[in-house]
Design a protein around this ligand. Structure first.
Ligand code: THU
Length: 136
């Protein structure tokens, strides 16, 4: 399946509109695509008890998992910034760990700085992960 990364970035940008980020003002949107083309979106949701905030990427994954459908995740586009998108929004360590639970090493992380799209494999951004293989 050929993924249209520009379209996925566009979906992440739409998702970002729903971010609830009154504290950091840093709004993030994510669009997670499966092998059959299904897309799950997420945006960051903050809380006055700061540690209860959740990242856009994990909202997208948990949305997909709780829908109970396709887990054949292929790529996630992430866009984030305080104002206009002008820098690549790399996923935090916790989100990388969650990706590694549900995705293989070839899973693509798609970033956009307002001008260009960059793609990374999960293996590149999260090498030597602690996974279910370690505890079986
Ligand atoms: N954030 C994400 O949504 N994804 C990440 O991978 C990094 C950070 C959010 C969390 C918080 O609401 C805001 O960005 C600033 O840290």
């Amino acid at each position: 399946m050929k993924i249209d990364y520009a379209d996925l970035v566009k979906k992440a940008t739409y998702a970002r509109v729903s971010a609830y980020a009154p504290y950091s003002k840093y709004k993030v949107g994510a669009a997670l695509i499966c092998g059959d083309g299904t897309i799950y979106k997420g945006a960051n949701i903050e809380n006055s008890a700061y540690s209860e905030s959740v990242c856009a990427e994990r909202v997208a994954f948990y949305h997909a998992i709780t829908k109970g459908g396709n887990r054949d995740f292929k790529a996630i586009a992430i866009v984030g910034a305080k104002d206009d998108i002008c820098e690549y929004a790399f996923p935090c360590g916790s989100c990388r760990q969650v990706m590694s639970e549900f995705c293989d090493e070839n899973f693509k992380i798609v970033l956009y700085n307002g001008k260009e799209i960059k793609t990374y494999t999960l293996k590149k951004l999260f090498p030597e992960a602690f996974t279910k293989n370690n505890i079986k």
